[in-house]
Design a protein around this ligand. Structure first.
Ligand code: EAX
Length: 324
């Protein structure tokens, strides 16, 4: 009798441990808050993967930079102390120079182009290259077209940008863009509300959703629709962790994060007209048609910078420039 009980207990324990080991628990980090583009991808992925895996794969989203800034999150992805993250394109360029290509100014001109390039073979080359840095690139989601805002003056031409202290992401290409435009670019990790409020910086550049979700209309008077960079996120995993998964789980995660990204891109795009109207209503002065030709002319030579001297990086940039 005693033996039978022990046997049953042992089998139950084994079954329990077995199930526990089959479970996959994912720590997923983003630096922005609930309602942000990054969080919409993360929350959709969390919801869909729970359904599709019958609860075997579970995600815990760490938002608002609770696990560090984007550079620090990527370092933890490399070490597999964080398994997945949705990270803005900018900060990747210090990990692998090929990612500079996606932040090239005025490269992707509309959503159709962005989707075609980033979901196609050229995007795949960028994702694949991240493996050199122990990062598994899964797919691209969308931050949006970046626009300049500031608290000093309306900006119509690059002349108006001169001397403005503009916060940029930790990214060599983003810094170079604003240098070429005559600003005084200041790299700083997210978030930046306090710095804007206190006047440590005059302005920043980000997509429309950021102006809304972070209430920048309270502290920035002027915005110009420069659309100078189509800003993507790269949805990534730790390569060591990824390699430890079986192919079926890899395929499910890969498909599901892409579905979450497609959902988020549509969601983001559908809200931009209302956001622009809201910012005007809040009293922001918005230049909707700046002299884009003049902005483009100032950054036309950036591809000749050292940043793009690596032959693979240069070749990919030329290919995308040809295709767009
Ligand atoms: O999405 O750091 C940045 O400017 C990013 O665009 C930010 O994460 C907001």
């Amino acid at each position: 009798m005693k033996k039978t009980v022990l046997f049953i207990a042992a089998v139950a324990l084994l079954a329990f441990t077995g199930t526990a080991m089959a479970d996959i628990n994912i720590k997923l980090a983003v630096v922005t808050k609930p309602g942000s583009a990054q969080n919409i991808v993360a929350a959709k992925f969390e919801e869909l993967i729970a359904q599709r895996s019958g609860g075997n794969i579970s995600v815990k989203v760490y938002h608002s930079a609770s696990l560090g800034n984007e550079t620090e999150i990527l370092q933890q992805i490399q070490m597999n102390t964080i398994q997945m993250a949705v990270i803005t394109g900018g900060p990747f360029d210090t990990f692998d120079p090929i990612v500079r290509v996606v932040s090239y100014p005025f490269l992707l001109k509309d959503y159709a182009q962005a989707d075609a390039i980033l979901d196609g073979p050229l995007g795949a080359e960028i994702l694949k290259s991240l493996e050199r840095s122990k990062i598994k690139g899964l797919c691209f989601s969308e931050n949006g077209f970046r626009n300049l805002s500031n608290n000093k003056r309306p900006v119509n031409t690059p002349e108006d940008v001169k001397g403005l202290k503009i916060r940029v992401m930790s990214s060599t290409i983003h810094k170079s863009i604003w240098q070429a435009l005559g600003a005084n670019p200041t790299p700083m990790p997210w978030p930046i509300y306090t710095e804007l409020e206190q006047g440590v910086i005059d302005g920043q550049e980000n997509p429309l959703w950021v102006m809304e979700v972070y209430k920048f209309y309270e502290i920035q008077k002027y915005m110009t629709m420069t659309r100078h960079v189509y800003s993507c996120h790269i949805d990534v995993a730790s390569l060591d962790w990824w390699n430890s998964l079986n192919p079926a789980d890899q395929a499910l995660i890969q498909k599901t994060i892409h579905d979450a990204a497609v959902f988020e891109r549509q969601d983001n795009r559908s809200k931009n007209a209302a956001r622009l109207a809201m910012l005007k209503e809040k009293g922001m002065q918005i230049v909707e048609n700046p002299d884009i030709q003049a902005f483009r002319a100032r950054v036309a030579d950036l591809k000749n910078l050292d940043l793009y001297s690596d032959p693979q990086v240069k070749a990919l940039l030329e290919k995308i420039l040809d295709a767009t």
